[in-house]
Design a protein around this ligand. Structure first.
Ligand code: MRU
Length: 366
């Protein structure tokens, strides 16, 4: 999407520098900084420190990490080591393992001397695939927004609510939950987006930055405001992203998503999840019981983070000394609370039947 009139992806390969460039998201929305990734440790740190974040983007970054490792040493041992090292960076988003597996499975069938070039091409392909998947999610989601818009008096905006950042920064381009919003805006359907701040890391600020850059009307709200807005008829549709969706359609996403889904159901508001197929974990049914939830440092809760007066990134303590912070980073919304899944192949029920109808080729894949 555009930043100050220039089109950017959230990462890209610079052929002159022969290296991957990422947008360092820790600095947004304060500063737009680009960072070159130079070592395997840089790749892992970028994911762990959330310079890159969002399930699809983590996956593509890891694929470039495998390509980097193959340049240094294309042996089987180095490939397995890189896989382990990158896989250990973050536990919840399945796209990470999906991309690492896809890369390793292909590389195992390639002679070591060709592995570096094959792995790099695969990473480029995954990046391009991600863009296309998200564009299609936008086209399918647009129809949901259009339908609601058509039921309203002319000129009245469709009011959407979203949680976290499932925007273009969380993918390679378009975003998942935001792609229908960008498509609706570009189709001149009036919309307004309620953007949850998404404590503790305030990914909502990234969403606000994105939507603002695209000229989309939005308001930044506290994480707890959504239920109130729904009770008062101010939300027409909720769309969130997902870090891992099970074969029966349970949705794991940023902490707080579950509460939004409960409030949406209580108020009869459609709750949709934008789901790229690499985010489906076909090996898991019960998301609550089976998906590993990342526990992050309690300091993210006891301190707020931002740009300091001296220009550095820093934190300010908001709790009494010694207070412990509890920081589960994701939760699971059971499929019964999900109205539908917006995928690149269309919209389906959050159920095994729904997903297997759209993805018959993937449902029983090894
Ligand atoms: O911890 P984050 O910022 O990586 O979490 C991101 C989310 O929860 C997104 O909603 C999810 O990855 C979907 S991104 C298209």
């Amino acid at each position: 999407m555009k930043v100050n009139g220039t089109h950017y992806r959230s990462l890209w390969w610079d052929a002159d520098k022969d290296a991957l460039q990422i947008i360092d998201q820790r600095w947004l929305p304060h500063e737009f900084r680009v960072l070159q990734v130079n070592s395997l440790k840089d790749f892992a740190d970028a994911i762990v420190e959330m310079r890159v974040r969002g399930a699809p983007l983590i996956g593509v970054t890891a694929a470039y990490g495998m390509a980097h490792a193959m340049r240094l040493d294309p042996s089987d041992a180095a490939m397995d080591q890189a896989w382990e090292y990158l896989d250990a960076t973050r536990p919840t988003a399945i796209n990470l393992r999906w991309a690492l597996n896809r890369s390793r499975n292909i590389l195992r069938g390639v002679t070591p001397k060709d592995r570096a070039s094959v792995a790099l091409k695969l990473a480029h392909d995954l990046a391009d695939e991600d863009v296309e998947i998200n564009r299609k999610i936008g086209i399918h989601g647009l129809e949901l927004i259009r339908k609601i818009s058509n039921s309203k008096p002319s000129g009245e905006p469709v009011r959407l609510l979203t949680h976290c950042n499932a925007g273009w920064l969380a993918t390679v381009d378009w975003g998942t939950a935001t792609s229908p919003m960008y498509h609706a805006h570009d189709a001149e359907i009036p919309i307004h987006v309620w953007v949850d701040e998404t404590r503790p890391r305030n990914q909502g600020a990234l969403t606000a930055w994105e939507l603002g850059s695209h000229g989309i009307s939005h308001s930044y709200i506290t994480d707890n405001a959504g239920g109130h807005l729904m009770q008062h008829g101010q939300v027409d549709l909720v769309i969130t992203g997902t870090d891992r969706t099970t074969r029966r359609g349970d949705v794991c996403n940023k902490i707080g998503t579950y509460l939004k889904a409960l409030a949406a159901q209580d108020n009869n508001i459609p709750f949709y999840v934008a789901l790229p197929s690499p985010t489906i974990d076909w090996s898991v049914d019960d998301g609550v019981a089976e998906i590993p939830i990342e526990e992050r440092s309690g300091v993210e809760i006891t301190h707020v983070q931002g740009k300091m007066a001296d220009g550095s990134l820093g934190t300010t303590q908001v709790t009494p000394d010694g207070t412990l912070g509890g920081n589960p980073a994701f939760d699971v919304t059971p499929n019964r609370l999900v109205t539908g899944l917006i995928t690149e192949r269309g919209v389906c029920d959050a159920s095994t039947e729904g997903l297997s109808t759209l993805f018959p080729d993937l449902v029983n894949a090894p």
